[in-house]
Design a protein around this ligand. Structure first.
Ligand code: UT7
Length: 325
């Protein structure tokens, strides 16, 4: 079996920053409510004509440059998104084309806010069995396009952005653990009974329109804390590790209260939890690779560190990943 090494990461945020105060001019909300309930201070919003694939492409280019990998050697692109450029083809194929790649596989994964963990899991499994050797996993979203800007209970929560990682297959020598680095495990789950708590009220096969995001926030919150804790326990147990082994929590960024409660549960000091929700808001599948790229870029995450990622999203879907950096 091979193991997937993460050899590069990158991210992209649209230039346009919208503060809570600016949103308060559009809907009946205020900076204090948004900060207190969510930790969000601002979000980035894609410009007109700027598409999910544009964001994903910029993040992918940065990840490839950091890995020192030529685009043409990538033989798998998995793009996690719930806001594709078009119903089809996959946004991954647009990114593939823009990178000048004409071989290998490219497809999208749709698991909403758990999308990056799902995408990482899918790509990791392709690499483990030798079906691909170098993969690009992209999380890219333009949630601003599916928000009801008159619904204050949802429109203040989300932002646009993208993040990406390069995975390269390493075959540890027989009986050895190789470098010990790479994706140690992924655990992904879904339970479709919870559709109505978080969904988009449109689509090609139902209404023929794109629709808007609808959410029962409290219900999602309640499940998020429980489900992500279960996924984290599964990850630790599968690897014979304890919370004390974790160097960094790189969580999905939906709400600071959820992030802090996960940090407390793991007994992690707050400076070991990567937080970007204050500046990025919830960027769905992009939030984990955005946070990861920030913490790698500023030198917090160092080679050999143990990273725990966890996420929960519409479906419900949820999951965790353990990565030795
Ligand atoms: O990434 C996918 C997963 N998503 C999540 O993890 C989101 C999980 N849920 C949450 O983060 C929280 O539930 C929210 C931030 C969405 C909401 O926080 P909450 O503490 O659960 O508030 P609530 O929905 O119960 O609303 C409390 C009050 C309501 O007023 P009343 O009925 O008590 O008078 C709302 O109408 O706050 C009101 N409210 C607002 N007020 C000002 C709702 N949205 C706003 C707003 N500004 N934007």
């Amino acid at each position: 079996m091979f193991r997937s090494l993460v050899t590069g990461c990158g991210s992209y945020l649209p230039a346009n920053v919208v503060t809570n105060a600016e949103l308060a001019k559009r809907v009946a909300t205020n900076d204090e409510w948004i900060r207190q309930r969510t930790g969000i201070c601002q979000r980035h919003i894609a410009a007109e004509g700027e598409m999910t694939s544009d964001l994903g492409l910029a993040a992918a280019k940065e990840a490839l440059a950091q890995a020192g990998v030529a685009p043409e050697s990538i033989d798998l692109i998995v793009c996690a998104t719930s806001t594709p450029d078009e119903t089809f083809p996959a946004t991954a194929t647009r990114i593939q084309y823009a990178l000048g790649i004409t071989s290998g596989a490219a497809f999208d994964v749709q698991a909403v806010c758990s999308g990056f963990v799902y995408g990482l899991s899918v790509a990791d499994n392709f690499l483990r069995v030798g079906q691909a050797s170098k993969a690009l996993v992209v999380g890219a979203e333009t949630f601003s396009r599916i928000l009801d800007w008159e619904d204050r209970s949802t429109c203040v929560l989300f932002g646009d952005g993208a993040g990406a990682v390069v995975l390269e297959a390493e075959r540890p020598a027989a009986g050895a653990n190789g470098t010990g680095r790479g994706v140690l495990s992924t655990h992904i789950y879904a339970d479709g009974r919870h559709h109505d708590a978080l969904y988009v009220d449109g689509g090609p096969s139902s209404t023929g329109s794109v629709g808007y995001l609808r959410m029962e926030g409290k219900e999602v919150f309640r499940h998020a804390v429980v489900r992500m804790a279960e996924a984290v326990d599964a990850a630790l147990e599968a690897n014979g590790l304890t919370p004390g082994d974790i160097d960094w929590l790189v969580p999905h960024q939906a709400n600071i209260r959820i992030i802090e409660s996960m940090g407390r549960r793991l007994n992690l000091p707050t400076d070991r939890v990567v937080v970007t929700v204050d500046r990025h808001a919830n960027t769905s599948a992009a939030s984990i690779p955005l946070a990861l790229t920030e913490a790698v870029g500023d030198g917090r995450i160092q080679s050999g560190d143990l990273l725990l990622m966890e996420a929960m999203g519409g479906g419900f879907t949820w999951g965790s990943a353990l990565v030795r950096w």
